[in-house]
Structure formats: C-alpha cells, structure tokens
Design a protein around this ligand. Structure first.
Ligand code: 8YV
Length: 313
C-alpha cells in the first residue's frame, strides 16, 4: 500500500503518524503553505485523509482531492468532517467509537470529583505551604447528587452507569426518549438543567447542539449547579458561561473542551470553582493506541476491499 497517498490533516500521536508513514505514502498538511493548493502530483496520489478532533475534511478540501475515497478520523466526534459532501461523492467515513468510551466516562467522573471536592485546589494549597496556616475549607459531596446527561449515547450511558455507583439519580435529555432506558427523560435541556445538580454535556456536536448550553440553561442550573463539558467547546456559549461563573450565577464548571481551544478565556484562570483540562478525555496510552489501530484497520480494510471496521458513511 506504499503507493497509496494519505493526507494527514490533524496532529495525532507519534505511533499513528509513524505507522501511516510506514504503510502508505504520507503527506502532512502542515508541510504545505496553502492546503487548498496542494501540488497536482500529490493531489493525484491522495486517496485517504486522516483527521482528528481538531481538523477533518471540509467541503473545500474534499473538492480539492478528486481521488479521495475515505476519510478516517482519529476521534469519535466527526464534526470537522462534511459528511453530507462525503455521502454525495461516495467517500467513506470512519471514526473511533467504543474504544474510548470508558476513558472519557472515567475522566468525566474525575472532573466531577475534582470540581466538587476541589482536588486541584487542595493540591495547590498543600504545595504552596498554606496548610501550615490552617485547614482547607469544606467542599461539596458528590454521592447522591442528581446527574443530568445531555446525550445518552455510548459515552452518556457509560457516565450514567458510573454515576449510579455513587447513588446519583440520573436523568437525561436527547432528541427523542430512549424506550429501553430506566433514566428519567426531560424533553428540554432547560427542564433537565432545572432538575439536576450536575449537568454533563456528552452529545455529538451538530447544528442543533451548537450552544446547547446557553444563558437560559446556565440560569436554570443555577448558583448551586455544576456544568461538566467533555463534548466539544462549541456546545457551550462560552462568554455566557464565563460571565455566569464570574457573577456567581453558576456553582462551578469542569471543562475538558473550549470554544477556541487551545485558547481558554483568561477570566477562568483566577476562579476556584472551575477545573480546566486540555482536551484529554481519551488521552491515555492504552486508548489512543486502540484508536490509532482502528484508524489503520479501517484504511487497510478499505484498500483491501474488505468491510470497514467502524463505518459512518
Ligand atoms: C480526540 C475526541 O480524538 O474522540 C474525540 O472526538 O475529541 C478525542 O478523543 C483526541 O483529542 C485526538 O484529536
């Protein structure tokens, strides 16, 4: 497969980049000053694009690559891929579901505990020597708090299962009620936010879920409520979130993703009631390696004419 051109458009772990380089003819988008104008001999060779959560294939890139057959994303979220365009052109799309579900759900519980029990703040308290001058202030209990989940897909369900272990009543919002779910369904995000202590964003980013966390939802969650976002930064109207936190209209936030990441609003840096992570939901050696193997497996299956492992389109 060494003659098959693969265009890497997002930064991925070194293992995946090396394996792509070994198995295919690898082009890296950052080696070109203008990706929309790749040299024609490269364009003619490129039959696959590998993206990630930060970069995918938009309509312009798809149009610029007439030999493109498959877009394989090193992520479960595919909001950076124009799936409609791919469908129209008969281009296959794959992602990395399942292998990262546990990891993202584990981190969600970690974020909740870190936020409510102020784990990061306590660590800073010890390191800075403040403990010698008095005990850290009391924090907030997690067990038994009501957890509301937006999006009861694979990751949402894995979060719910873990939160049940903390005796948390679970409720959720999704476009339609899940007939086989034992959790309480709310047909609107505002209703869900009004009826839970901790609101977790775990849905895919689409046009409908863009800014699903707006001022109304934040106010419904209120000064004793906590927002956890392990989805995408664009799920949240970030200026609204920042002002609610600064003004004390929201209890706190645990954020793994940001609207313009890696840029994070500096107003958040001085707040004690936030925990800020650099988009690490799936970032362990074990899980990222499994994701990389799935990207490679999908590409090889496609070029060998075999069924794709995790087809989306
Ligand atoms: C990314 C993610 O894959 O899967 C997703 O949708 O957001 C992450 O797991 C990871 O950050 C690499 O881009």
């Amino acid at each position: 497969m060494e003659s098959i051109g693969v265009l890497l458009v997002g930064r991925v772990m070194p293992y995946l980049e090396q394996e792509l380089d070994k198995r295919f003819k690898l082009f890296r988008v950052w080696d070109y000053p203008n990706p929309a104008q790749l040299p024609s001999q490269h364009v003619a060779a490129i039959r696959a694009v590998v993206g990630s959560s930060s970069a995918g294939a938009d309509a312009a890139l798809i149009e610029a690559l007439p030999k493109l057959e498959i877009v394989s994303s090193f992520s479960v979220g595919v909001d950076k891929i124009d799936q409609e365009k791919c469908r129209e052109k008969g281009i296959r799309v794959t992602n990395t579901p399942d292998v990262l579900t546990d990891e993202v759900a584990d981190l969600t519980i970690g974020l909740i505990l870190a936020l409510l029990r102020r784990i990061c703040e306590c660590d800073r308290y010890v390191r800075s020597g403040q403990w010698k001058h008095g005990n850290y202030k009391l924090t907030t209990k997690f067990s038994g708090k009501t957890v509301g989940i937006i999006g009861l897909g694979r990751i949402g369900q894995a979060i719910a299962k873990r939160a049940e272990g903390f005796q948390c009543p679970i409720s959720y919002y999704s476009r339609t009620e899940k007939q086989d779910s034992k959790y309480k369904y709310y047909p609107s995000v505002v209703e869900l936010a009004s009826n839970c202590d901790i609101l977790v964003v775990a849905c895919a980013l689409t046009e409908e879920t863009h800014h699903i966390i707006n001022r109304e939802v934040i106010n419904a969650l209120g000064p004793k409520g906590y927002l956890i976002n392990i989805g995408r930064g664009k799920h949240v109207d970030e200026p609204e979130l920042v002002s609610a936190l600064v003004e004390g209209r929201l209890g706190g936030a645990g954020l793994d993703v940001f609207e313009n990441e890696p840029a994070v609003p500096e107003e958040l840096f001085g707040l004690e009631n936030v925990v800020l992570l650099p988009h690490v939901g799936s970032a362990t050696v074990e899980t990222r390696t499994a994701m990389a193997d799935l990207v490679l497996g999908n590409l090889e299956a496609h070029f060998l004419g075999k069924p794709l492992l995790t087809p989306l389109v």
